[in-house]
Design a protein around this ligand. Structure first.
Ligand SMILES: NC(=O)c1ccc[n+]([C@@H]2O[C@H](COP(=O)([O-])OP(=O)(O)OC[C@H]3O[C@@H](n4cnc5c(N)ncnc54)[C@H](O)[C@@H]3O)[C@@H](O)[C@H]2O)c1
Length: 347
C-alpha cells in the first residue's frame, strides 16, 4: 500500500507572526491615502500625540496619488510619497520599510466608483489587495487598519442595525469595501497582517469643498451656512442617517491601532455614531449659529440623491465596538462644535 500524503489545511486563525516591539522601541507608521480629509487629520494628530500604543513615533510614511502635506512639528523621519496604489510595484516599494502600523484610507469615493466601474475596482479592490499582497510577500505582520463604510449594507434594513446584520451592498463602492473587509479578515486569519476593518459612520462636517460622494450634501448644508454661504438640501428633512466627526474618525483609527486583537474574532466592526434626521441637524445648526444660518438652506429636491440616501442605514447598535472602548459624540451639536473648534468660523 502506498504511503498516504497528509494534507493539513488550517481553517482556524494562525497567530500573527509579528511580535510587539518592546516599549521605547521605534515606531514606523504608514498612511496610505494621506492627502485625504481623514488622512491629513490622522497624520497631524499622530505627530501631535508623538506616540502610538505607548511607543514613540520615530518614522512616518505618507502616501497618496496626490502629494500629501507633511504634518508640522515632527522631529522624526518623514517620507512623503506619491503614486498609484493600483500599481503592484508601488505597493511593494511602500511596505519595503516594514511599517509597524498601516492605515489604509486610499479610495475613490462612492459617486466616482459608481460612475467609473473600472477605476473603482482597480483602486478600491485592486489597490487594497496590492497592499495586502505586498505585505505578505515582504513577510512581516503589521497592525492594518482598513476604513470600510456603511455602504456595505443594503435594503431592506431594520431601523437599528445590530452587529450581526449581513452585508448586502447595492453599489460598486459598497461591494469594493465589503471585499476589502473579507480580505482583511482572511489575511489576518492567515497571520499575514493583524487587521481590523472599521465601518466608519458618515463623517461630517467635512472641511473644504463638496466632493463626489453621494453623502457630500450632509456636510455642505452645515458647512456653508456656518461660513455665511447658501446651501442646497436635496432630500426631505425626515431623512435620517448615522454620523461622526472627522476628529472622531481619527480617534477610532488610533484606538483600533492600539486594540488587543487576541479575542477579537471577526475583524470587522460597526462603530458608534450619532443617529440624526436632517431636521435635527438643522435644529442643532440653529442652536449653535442662530436662525440666520439655518435660513441659508434651500430645499431643492433631487430624486436620485433621495433614492440613494433613503436606502442608507439610520442607526446602529454597535455593541461589540462599544465593549472594545470605541466612543462617538453624544449628539449633533457636539459634531458641529467639533467642526468649529477644528476649522474655526471663516464667516
Ligand atoms: N468620509 C467619510 O464619510 C467616510 C465614511 C466611510 C468610509 N470612508 C472611507 O475612509 C477613507 C478616507 O476617507 P476620506 O473622507 O478621507 O476620503 P478622501 O477622498 O478625502 O481621501 C481618500 C484619499 O485616497 C487617495 N487615493 C485615491 N486613489 C488613490 C490611488 N490610486 N493611490 C493612492 N491614493 C489614492 C485620494 O487622493 C485621497 O487623498 C476612504 O477609504 C473612504 O472610503 C470615509
Amino acid at each position: 500500500m502506498g504511503q498516504r500524503t497528509r494534507i493539513s489545511v488550517a481553517f482556524w486563525p494562525i497567530p500573527c507572526r509579528f511580535t510587539q516591539k518592546p516599549m521605547g522601541d521605534q515606531m514606523h507608521i504608514l498612511i496610505v491615502g494621506a492627502a485625504g480629509m481623514i488622512g491629513q487629520k490622522l497624520a497631524q494628530t499622530l505627530v501631535d500625540n508623538g506616540e502610538l500604543n505607548q511607543q514613540k513615533i520615530t518614522e512616518i510614511t505618507l502616501f497618496d496619488v496626490v502629494e500629501p502635506t507633511a504634518p508640522s512639528g515632527f522631529d522624526g523621519l518623514a517620507h512623503v510619497l506619491t503614486g498609484d496604489l493600483a500599481n503592484p510595484q508601488i505597493a511593494h516599494e511602500l511596505v519595503a520599510g516594514k511599517p509597524d502600523v498601516v492605515f489604509h484610507l486610499a479610495a475613490v469615493v462612492s459617486g466616482e466608483a459608481e460612475q467609473d466601474f473600472e477605476k473603482g475596482y482597480r483602486i478600491n479592490m485592486g489597490g487594497t489587495q496590492n497592499l495586502l499582497e505586498a505585505i505578505r510577500h515582504t513577510g512581516f505582520c503589521p497592525r492594518f487598519l482598513f476604513t470600510s463604510s456603511l455602504a456595505v449594507f443594503g435594503t431592506p434594513l431594520p431601523d437599528v442595525i445590530p452587529d450581526n446584520f449581513n452585508a448586502t451592498p447595492q453599489s460598486s463602492y459598497g461591494t469594493q469595501k465589503a471585499i476589502g473587509e473579507l480580505l482583511v479578515n482572511d489575511y489576518s486569519r492567515k497571520g499575514f497582517i493583524d487587521g481590523i476593518s472599521l465601518r466608519l459612520p458618515t463623517i461630517v462636517i467635512r472641511p473644504g469643498k463638496p466632493n463626489k460622494a453621494a453623502s457630500s450634501f450632509f456636510s455642505s448644508i452645515l458647512r456653508e451656512p456656518l461660513n455665511g454661504k447658501p446651501a442646497t438640501l436635496p432630500v426631505p428633512k425626515r431623512t435620517r442617517h448615522w454620523f461622526a466627526s472627522p476628529q472622531m474618525a481619527v480617534g477610532f483609527l488610533i484606538h483600533a491601532a492600539s486594540l488587543n486583537t487576541a479575542e477579537l474574532g471577526w475583524r470587522t466592526l460597526n462603530l458608534p455614531g450619532v443617529s440624526a434626521s436632517i431636521a435635527e441637524m438643522i435644529r442643532a445648526l440653529q442652536r449653535v449659529a442662530g436662525r440666520e444660518a439655518a435660513d441659508l438652506i434651500t430645499e431643492t429636491p433631487d430624486p436620485l440623491i433621495e433614492a440613494i440616501t433613503g436606502s442608507w442605514p439610520k442607526a446602529f447598535h454597535p455593541a461589540r465596538a462599544k465593549a472594545l472602548g470605541f466612543e462617538a459624540e453624544n449628539g449633533f451639536t457636539q459634531i458641529i462644535q467639533s467642526y468649529l473648534d477644528a476649522e474655526g468660523n471663516t464667516k
